[in-house]
Ligand binder design. Structure first.
Ligand SMILES: Nc1ncnc2c1ncn2[C@@H]1O[C@H](COP(=O)(O)OP(=O)(O)OP(=O)(O)O)[C@@H](O)[C@H]1O
Length: 279
């Protein structure tokens, strides 16, 4: 069973049989999944596995060939989702010739969010000390945080964050994950992509992708138990080597281990081991 079946009732995002081509090349071929509300779901996979394409589809900026995507019960990209869904893209989207505060003021007006939101998001993203500086004079990490602050304007219910921690030092990375957990505790749903496997343990659930297909869709513990390892990177490697005809628990994991390996898991050889805010 895929958790697309299990979690649809409480899901913030439901993707069904999604087919997407980019430059005429199929990237996603029949992807189905569900992201439960109020959780942090990690979207992990190697470069080029289709994470950004999936995220673009979910926020409604990607042309899709077929399939359905519902976000908060509405079709992806619907007008009614504009303030409810935030998208943080890999490239920070800030105006270099505006200060941090001016950038946020501009995005707030576009969104129609309350004026008080500016101070709130500056504080949340710890940008107070640079709020008066031109965005063009900030470091890459600081610019990324301005994008994140913009994404938090209007208190979105769903945050789609494409590699938000890329290029950050370990301290900032930990702080950002703390913020993500606070947001989830307050009820937001976060879909966070990364190709850094050690970030997986900070998520409530994982979607492991490879070549546009879902290898696993489960809790971190479920993925680890199923693959018989305590390392997510190793689990990923084991899943790559695990073909559909042989989806048996690994190394003594219980037979009913709650791992939901996608139907289209790669049937390779049986290997035993093995980072703009647009709204
Ligand atoms: N603008 C584009 N035009 C054509 N093909 C594209 C475009 N963007 C991505 N692709 C292709 O689509 C596939 C999936 O790319 P995508 O960016 O979704 O992967 P990703 O998992 O997000 O990678 P990364 O971790 O490097 O960001 C890749 O084969 C990529 O070459």
């Amino acid at each position: 069973m895929n958790n697309a079946d299990a979690a649809i009732g409480g899901a913030a995002i439901v993707v069904h049989d999604l087919h997407v081509k980019r430059a005429k090349t199929p990237v996603l071929q029949g992807l189905s999944l569900a992201v439960p509300r109020g959780l942090i779901v990690g979207l992990l996979g190697p470069s080029g596995s289709g994470k950004t394409t999936l995220m673009r589809s979910i926020v409604g900026v990607q042309v899709v060939q077929s399939g359905t995507i519902e976000v908060l019960g509405l079709a992806a990209g619907s007008r009614g989702l504009r303030r409810r869904v935030a998208y943080y893209t890999q490239q920070a989207s800030v105006y270099d010739d505006l200060t941090v505060r001016q950038n946020l003021s501009y995005f707030r007006k576009v969104l129609g969010a309350p004026a008080s939101d500016i101070d709130r998001v500056i504080e949340r993203t710890d940008l107070g000390s640079v709020a008066g500086r031109l965005a063009g004079s900030l470091s890459g990490g600081q610019r990324g945080r301005v994008s994140l602050a913009a994404a938090l304007l209007g208190d979105p219910e769903v945050l789609v964050l494409d590699e938000p921690t890329v290029g950050l030092d370990p301290v900032l990375r930990v702080e950002l994950w703390q913020l993500f957990h606070e947001l989830a505790t307050e009820g937001a749903t976060l879909l966070v992509s990364s190709h850094v496997m050690d970030e997986a343990k900070r998520c409530d659930r994982l979607l492991l992708m490879r070549d546009g297909e879902l290898l696993a869709d489960d809790t971190v513990q479920g993925v680890l138990a199923f693959t018989g390892t305590d390392d997510v990177e190793e689990a990923f490697l084991r899943l790559i080597g695990r073909g559909e005809p042989d989806l048996q628990p690994h190394n003594g994991a219980p037979a009913d281990a709650p791992v939901h390996v996608a139907k289209h898991a790669k049937a390779d050889s049986d290997a035993d081991s093995g980072s703009e805010a647009t709204r």
